[in-house]
Design a binder for this molecule. Sequence first.
Ligand SMILES: [Ca+2]
Ligand SMILES: [Ca+2]
Length: 205
Amino acid sequence: MKSCRLFAIASAIAVVPPALAGAPAFSNFDDGPQGWTFPSGTEWRSTGGNSAGHLYGAMPDEQNITAGAFAPAEFLGNWTSLDGSGSISFDYRRFSNGETPRAFFPLTIQIAGPGGNATWNGPIINKPGDWTTYIAPINQAAWTLDDGDWNELLADVTVFYIQLELVVNDGLIDDTAGIDNVSLIPAPSAAALVALSFLSARRRR
Ligand SMILES: [Ca+2]
Ligand SMILES: [Ca+2]
């Protein structure tokens, strides 16, 4: 009887989709890559982030636009409850543009799953600067649906990718960039709430 119950519990656990269901996920990379995976050209560094560890990309010309990082399972799964209210927050820093930058791509996040795939583009960063926090709201208007259906995509997100390399170089010296503090936030971000309260305060005047 006991083993039957255990089996039932184990079966129930096995069919629970991987992660999320509205829970926040966060990576600060302070003690390692924290489950993120990346192609050559990207690496974990224990210092230099915002703060401590971060994911760092050093991208030679031959690898133009290939460095980036894939989120672990805790960021994946059913994003339906985030639609319209959740957001992705991450810190990005361009350390250097490398040799002879020829073109700059905007900040890029891609999500994909059985239901389709979509791309979020942020601002174009064309010069080195400090760590800056960027927010990608999770609503269809903020994304380009490259394939499939937005609702079906959010129902099962199996890929969440942040592009690190955004400079096309004509020279051989690497452009370098980093990401830190990636979070998936169920409710509007603190920054968005501050902006909203500021706007409503202005409106009240
Ligand atoms: Ca960090
Ligand atoms: Ca490059």
